[in-house]
Design a protein around this ligand. Structure first.
Ligand code: CA2
Length: 154
């Protein structure tokens, strides 16, 4: 007799450089929540939406590229806050071209209202949605967006 295994849909949440410093410095820009607290909030939101959350942070561009490459086939969507690499990384842009899943770009602050060097995003053209300037709630909004997509497809 065959038993059916129902796997919970999973979302990969990737955070780039310096986001491990959240809540430690610059609370006037990024708020008071630490990255560990953002992770807990995402897991709680994921539970409510029936999504498994894989939440990671790295300060290394190549690690982000490798994680994006390996995401293919294992997740229903990617939430990406690439930090400052958003504004510089053609390597991340190229990796996103191959990821074959909906990508939601999140920024805690609104880069378009900050220094000119933050105005260009190498992620935006490959993301189906960009959520900026909503504080850490942007991550919850991104999860809701992906949760709706899963619900609409089933
Ligand atoms: O607003 C965002 O989420 C950013 O992706 C945050 C990046 C920044 O380079 C982007 O332009 C916008 C910075 C990551 C957080 O850096 C911190 C530095 C000191 C204290 C806390 C966070």
């Amino acid at each position: 007799m065959f038993s059916r295994v129902f796997l919970q849909p999973a979302v990969l949440i990737l955070n780039g450089p310096n986001l491990n410093m959240l809540g430690v410095r610059e609370p006037h820009i990024y708020g008071k929540a630490t990255l560990a607290e953002v992770r807990s909030m995402c897991c709680e939101k994921g539970r409510a939406l029936g999504l498994r959350i894989d939440f990671r942070q790295t300060n290394h561009e190549g690690t982000l590229v490798t994680w994006i490459q390996r995401a293919r086939g294992s997740y229903i969507g990617l939430i990406l806050n690439a930090g400052a690499y958003t504004h510089t990384s053609i390597a991340i842009h190229d990796a996103l071209k191959m990821v074959e899943m909906p990508v939601v770009e999140v920024h805690i602050s609104d880069p378009s209202r900050r220094e000119p060097f933050r105005h260009h995003s190498y992620v935006a053209s490959l993301a189906e949605k960009s959520i900026v300037g909503q504080g850490v709630d942007g991550y919850m909004q991104a999860l809701e967006h992906l949760g709706r997509a899963v619900h609409d497809a089933s």
